[in-house]
Design a protein. Structure first.
Length: 265
């Protein structure tokens, strides 16, 4: 599947049986894309190029109920800007390989991702933001909630090459563990060959606060509902990347159901 946007755009694309998607956003164009990874091929590839001064609000939603390997490459040229959201709540193994190349001066990328690690499932992610020009910015905020025996891995890399003066690379990964016997491996990497830059990384892996759980249980919520409410705090911000309010509401209800907010008391 190939898409080219030469004027303002707002579109939903479904990637099911199609294994590859090529997207070209022409210079100066602005818009939003909602990309749904639907049931179909187990390997999906997406390549997106933003020409100079283009802007795109990109939301990727995992909707496939069978295992999937998702490879996504994004290139941002001069002063191009991409704000990306990624949401995965399905009961299916998921492997993500995301590489973002900030190829020209002033390129800006901001990722906000959320994953629900269902019981006995694998969620493995490899993300790299590569800086090839000065005055580029790469931001990554990754959030995950893990249930019993979930297997979660996040390798997040900010890579600033020599000569990329005044580049900025910042990343945060937060993992909330709600189950037992889970595996959580977070590897934040900063590869920096230039002195005049700003870079940081942070990570937290931990269980919910017992005082918060006690307070919620005292208000009549079950244990699962209480943990679900805490989970929402990790995952809900990703939905802010969705511009369609009806779709946003629908996915919020799906999220609340998957974390157990609607179970009987």
């Amino acid at each position: 599947m190939e898409k080219r946007y030469s004027q303002s755009f707002k579109e939903t694309l479904h990637l099911g049986q199609e294994e590859k998607l090529e997207v070209q956003i022409d210079s100066g164009q602005t818009g939003s894309l909602f990309l749904s990874l639907d049931e179909g091929s187990q390997t999906k590839q997406v390549h997106i190029v933003l020409a100079p001064y283009a802007q795109c609000d990109l939301m990727v939603y995992h909707a496939q109920k069978s295992p999937i390997e998702f490879e996504c490459q994004i290139e941002l040229q001069k002063e191009a800007k991409c704000q990306m959201g990624f949401l995965d709540m399905e009961e299916a193994a998921f492997d993500l390989n995301l590489k973002v190349t900030l190829s020209q001066e002033g390129a800006f990328f901001d990722l906000l991702s959320g994953q629900l690690g269902q019981s006995d499932l694998q969620k493995h992610n490899t993300i790299e933001v590569l800086h090839l020009a000065k005055h580029t910015t790469g931001l990554m905020r990754n959030f995950a909630v893990l249930l019993d025996r979930a297997d979660y891995q996040m390798v997040a890399t900010g890579n600033i090459k020599k000569g990329c003066k005044e580049a900025a690379s910042h990343q945060t990964t937060r993992v909330l563990t709600l189950g037992k016997d889970h595996k959580a491996k977070v590897i934040p990497l900063l590869l920096i060959d230039e002195n005049d830059v700003k870079a940081s990384h942070a990570q937290t892996i931990g269980q919910p606060d017992e005082d918060q759980l006690y307070y919620l249980r005292s208000r009549g919520l079950t244990h699962r509902q209480s943990m679900g409410l805490l989970s929402i705090g990790y995952l809900l911000p990703v939905l802010d990347r969705i511009k369609d309010q009806e779709l946003k509401k629908e996915l919020q209800q799906t999220m609340e159901s998957k974390v157990g907010l609607y179970e009987d008391r």
